[in-house]
Design a protein around this ligand. Sequence first.
Ligand code: X2X
Length: 347
Amino acid sequence: MNFRRSLIATLVAASAALSLAVLPTAASAQNYKSEYKMSLVVGTAFPWGKGGEIWANLVKERTNGRINIKLYPGVSLIQGDQTREFSALRQGVIDMAIGSTINWSPQVKELNLFSLPFLMPDYAAIDALTQGEVGKDIFARLDKAGVVPLAWGENGYREITNSKRPIQSPEDLKGMKIRVVGSPLFLDIFTALGANPTQMSWADAQPAFASGAVDGQENPMSIFTAAKLQNVGQKNVTMWGYIADPLVFVVNKDVWSSWTPADQAIVRQAAIDAGKQEIAIARKGLAEPGQPLLKEIESLGVTVTKLSPAQREAFVKATQPVYAKWKPQIGNDLVNKAEKSIAARAK
Ligand code: X2X
């Protein structure tokens, strides 16, 4: 009896000692890499890249340099092929990233939600999704897809620009060669509008604007100004706000589990803090009354066209069949939930 008890006690103690010996080495600072690679499509001249810099700096500061992050803009870890970023993250070629929902939508079809034409009429609608139940559902989906999602950021409302003429109606888009990125949803949208969409990476797009091989493109105004698209012929901007792409801050699963719980908490909070700051930077000049950024863009010799509600409605109508086609592919339940969240938003 006594012998048995002490044998059990010894075994319990031994297994406790063993787990103590094994567990901490699985997540102790000694196993940390000297550098973690963060993938981004654009650099620190853009709100997106600034968000990456803020995240990396906060992490370095709060971990006393235990976690050292280097930025790799231009999706250079995957030779600029931005629609492969999610797979590379999952495989560990990339340690962490701030990625656009558009670029990851080929692998995670639910991310096409944000590219449903005219789903989100204003910033409050974007927030109603990312900061609400839909955001949680999407994070659960990303987690299942093999990465650790931490926070939301924002690329922004994607406005249509071109070298030919001001666009006020779908007819104005007829036959225009428009560069798009990401999923086939974009091909469907621009085909429905009568344009001629062509898929290419951001790296390939800029020379294509300069040479005139492509007439137009769609991107947030913060991308337009930082990339100086007016200098590659993009002289007409139409503010149609058809979609907006949020950004997601994520870490590779193996990298995440190699960190101590305390450091995981620091990295998560730093992502949340950086995400908030990044969203404010991305909206600057656009979210406030009068949209002062547009005056700056006009002063560069660019024609900025604002649509009347009736003009905008013509684009909504023309793309409605695309919305209807993609809704079940994204998931009726998720899209219904998104529509309800937007209808109930505080304006
Ligand atoms: O390629 C684009 O258009 C960009 C920079 O906005 C994205 O990465 C989605």
